[in-house]
Design a binder for this molecule. Structure first.
Ligand SMILES: Cc1cc2nc3c(=O)[nH]c(=O)nc-3n(C[C@H](O)[C@H](O)[C@H](O)COP(=O)(O)OP(=O)(O)OC[C@H]3O[C@@H](n4cnc5c(N)ncnc54)[C@H](O)[C@@H]3O)c2cc1C
Ligand code: FES
Length: 274
């Protein structure tokens, strides 16, 4: 059993949870995730480790279906039955020059530890974050505390510029600044658009993928993704891959494989379907 120390809404439909998990906290690195199961009858879902503080880990999640809705109902000092991790490969953090970190939606929380690690390794970090509106823009304060250049962009212009993250990325690319790496995490369409943009200039681009994980150990194959001419498993080979090689078309199809079952699961539990 793992104790929930804190679980609060930080934006409409988005929650931050701090869990007492000393063994995971001692080993976890940026880019890694946990598999969490709320109770014995529950499914396992992957969530990125957004921060580590002593023996506690922080996750930030969007309530989109049965498990994340149930997670949102957890009160401080209640328990979840299983937390397994750290899973996946950590980001390969080293000093490479200028790293442009691009995040969208709840992916901004997933971007935070990576941007922090690149900064701490001595890189010049540029952060570009986007959300639908001001209310949904999370981790602004945390990112500002990193002391890096930040661009904020929203679909409706309620905070920062109006537009998409790719608009700003294009501008930064056109500014004459040499960008050594682009790291993107967020909705599939955003990571695909970022990868298409950087491919034209051959700027190395990493994307953190969010396929459907079932066992999270490389055994079931549900998380497979085509990267170049290889089949990879997001849970054990990823979650980060070369964005220029990812088959995003197939990824989208695989992400939607269980939509009907997910809708049904929400319906019978009276959970609003997103
Ligand atoms: C490596 C990785 C890290 C992730 N990190 C985060 C994070 O930090 N914050 C966050 O909000 N979300 C994250 N996700 C997505 C998150 O796992 C799903 O939103 C969650 O599983 C939804 O479960 P549900 O039962 O609430 O919703 P459901 O109704 O079951 O599903 C809603 C949607 O979530 C996705 N999904 C469902 N089950 C899974 C599953 N077992 N594995 C992956 N995706 C699934 C599908 O696209 C689905 O259409 C991550 C996914 C991966 C693969
Ligand atoms: S989740 Fe089963 S192989 Fe990756």
């Amino acid at each position: 059993m793992f104790k929930v120390l804190y679980n609060e809404k930080i934006a409409p439909g988005i929650y931050k949870m701090v869990i007492d998990a000393p063994l995971i906290a001692a080993k976890a690195k940026s880019g890694q995730f946990i598999m969490i199961r709320i109770d014995e009858a529950g499914e396992r879902i992957p969530l990125t480790i957004a921060d580590i503080d002593g023996k506690n880990i922080t996750i930030v999640y969007q309530a989109v279906g049965v498990t994340t809705y149930k997670l949102a109902e957890k009160k401080n000092r209640e328990f979840v039955s299983d937390v397994v991790g750290p899973s996946g490969h950590a980001t390969d953090i080293r000093k490479i020059g200028t790293v442009c970190c691009v995040g969208g939606g709840v992916g901004i929380a997933e971007l935070y530890p990576v941007a922090k690690a690149y900064k701490n390794a001595g890189n010049n970090v540029i952060v570009i974050v986007g959300a639908r509106n001001k209310e949904l823009l999370i981790f602004k304060k945390e990112l500002e505390l990193l002391g890096v250049e930040i661009f904020i962009i929203t679909d409706d212009g309620s905070i920062g510029e109006k537009g998409f993250v790719t608009d700003v990325l294009k501008r930064v690319m056109n500014s004459g600044k040499k960008i050594d790496l682009v790291y993107a995490v967020g909705p599939g369409v955003m990571m695909e658009a970022v990868s298409n943009l950087t491919k034209s200039r051959a700027i190395k681009t990493l994307v953190s993928l969010n396929t459907v994980l079932v066992d999270g150990t490389g055994m079931c194959g549900s998380c497979r993704v085509q990267v170049g001419d290889e089949t990879k498993f997001v849970c054990v080979d990823g979650p980060e891959f070369d964005g220029h090689l990812v088959n995003f078309k197939e990824l989208k199809i695989r992400q939607g494989l269980f939509v009907e079952q997910e809708k049904h699961a929400c319906k019978i539990r009276g959970i609003p379907v997103i």
